[in-house]
Design a protein around this ligand. Sequence first.
Ligand SMILES: [Cu+2]
Length: 730
Amino acid sequence: MKKMKKIIAGVFINFLIANFAIAENRIEGIDITKEFDVPFSDNELGIGVSENEKIMSNDTGKLIDNFLGGNSIHNGGFSSLPMIQGLSDDRIKIKIDGMDLIASCANHMNAPLSYSDPVNIKNISVLAGLSAVDQGGDNIGGVIKIDTVKPIFSVDENQIFSGQFGTKYKSNNKTISANISLNTADQDTALSYFGSYVKAENYYAGGTFKDAGLAASDRGWLDSDEVGSTAYKNQNHQVSFSKVIDNEIYQVIAAYHDSPYENFDNQRMDSVGNKNYQLNLSQKGEYEWGKLTSRIYVDDTNHKHNFGPDKQYTYNNSSGQSYGMPMEADGITAGLAVDTEIFLNDQDTLKVGSEIQYYQLDDTWASNSGEGMMTGNAFLNINNGKRNRFDIYGQLDSLWTENWITSLGARLGIVQTDSDDVHGYNQTDSMSSNQLADSDTFNASKRKKTDENIDISLLTRYNMEEDSSIELGYSMKTRSPNLYQRYTWSTWTMAANMNNLYGDGNGYVGNIDLEPETAHKIGLVLNHQDDNKNWRIKINPYYTYISDYIDANVIANRGDGYRNLKFDNQTATIYGLDVGADMHLFQTLNFGNFNLLSKFNYQKGRNTDADTDLYNMMPPNLTLAINQNVGSWNNSLSMLLVDKKDNVNSTRQERETAGFTKFDFVTSYQWESVSIIGEVENILDKSYADPLGGEYLGQGATMSTGITRANGTQVYAMGRSFNVALSYSF
Ligand SMILES: [Cu+2]
């Protein structure tokens, strides 16, 4: 019995170390060759996120750029959308402290990553599409896992108190931000608080990209290099409580996020209020037979949408005047998840688990906007939308020899969606609004859908020698459409324009008959480190075939040059190559160590039914960084080379963009408990169109057809910025 207790205690300590201590190493390093139990099982593909980058960033989605195969899509100031090997947004499962979150906005302004301040992230892992089924279902593009709570318990009788205050400033858009974390713990109980605040004004591109002038007829002046509708403000608060009882750890995390405004330069509306509440209760235990994790969570989002300060607010139309266009999306997510690992014998671990998720959404546009077709009733864009999910999986991870591991898994997901009857502002078809006809058609149709989705993962790794391995895998992943893709119903240009998940300026209409999309992916990862450990390389080619890929067909060519599109299932293929390498260059007595880090990313996506390239594919790009460190002084000079984008989606009339080169420099120094970071972003003040920036809709009469495609442009990225951050730890 005593021996058993010892074993359990030992295993439990290992469990704690595995779950909490290693997390710190991962975020600090630029390690690309970490070894994990299961092939493709963690951010092995990452080149990592440095502590400095977390501190300097206000946008968690942007950190995905640091991972091999990862790119971020421009979407507001702090809600960039993740893309992994060509698949983006909610094709990727986001798990924050184990919670599976869903965006409740017709433009995905409140995408899940927008709720975690980068400073508060303890661990981030990016799992490419070849993730094992135990990592999550309902995705075809991979899984991003973020941990924000990492309790550290006292090793003796003394209570621990620790904390950090941080503040930073960015010159380009006058970003001011501050954050605070406070922690206290004894041997088995830990309590922590994190709070952050950030406020940013519009940013400026590296040069002129449009005419200077009034943002709109009833708005203020914008300079020719000022990117309209990019200001934002938010605050986050999180309290967590962790308690160890015997061999289990219990955790309660409560979080509140409040953004009074976040403007969008590639959407026709802005967020004018987003409040989010989260409650997350979990238990993790390590037993003689294996491990068990269970979790229950609730997420409540209230999102408000209108024209921000750079978009026209007052419209004069034939039937009168309208003021603004208030919209509101209310989403509730509740989930229950249980994951177990059963140690069958020395070689085999069986992983079984289940997940139940409830999601409800109302997206309503109020009628108090003046006169004409937008009065009468509230416009019910989505009325009592439901997307409920039940998942179950089993996976067998086997160690065949010391060097050969396989992981075989299958997952069944049942997704049920529905929506109640809808109506427009006004039961009329006049002025081609079709509000009556479209809502009648929608209400007469059968809307309840049940999808049975099957996922399979077959993965293997063989370690050739200590630091060299080969990984090979196949996965089949299935994802059901989101509610905006299935249940938005209005073909009226004004309404369709507001339902846009892509930042491309077009209008979208839902399709009740959309099938789930299924991705078959094969991939190979080669890892090699040289014998002297001076350099290492990771090479990851992949191919993905997606049946029923959710894309869109043109239903109307409009006078303003944009299009109205209806969602449809098509066929797509994506192939690509990601390469990461790092190398120790040399060491000098006075200047310390010099390392070179590089990341190459290539992807090519085709819609083979429509015979066009997939939308928002990142053009070939290469990052090279030289890092130098001597004592507690670190410097990093990096160069990003991006090729021109000429593989574009003709259905959406995606714009081509020119190639560019950008340089950044970061320096940091630590004195005992104080650290300072200085950064020059875009050193040469390069003016360039962001290949994943979308269509510039940051100013003007955006409601209907007030902006023309012919006079439009791609969104331009931020020009030079001098940034400084200070932090104090105790
Ligand atoms: Cu919104």
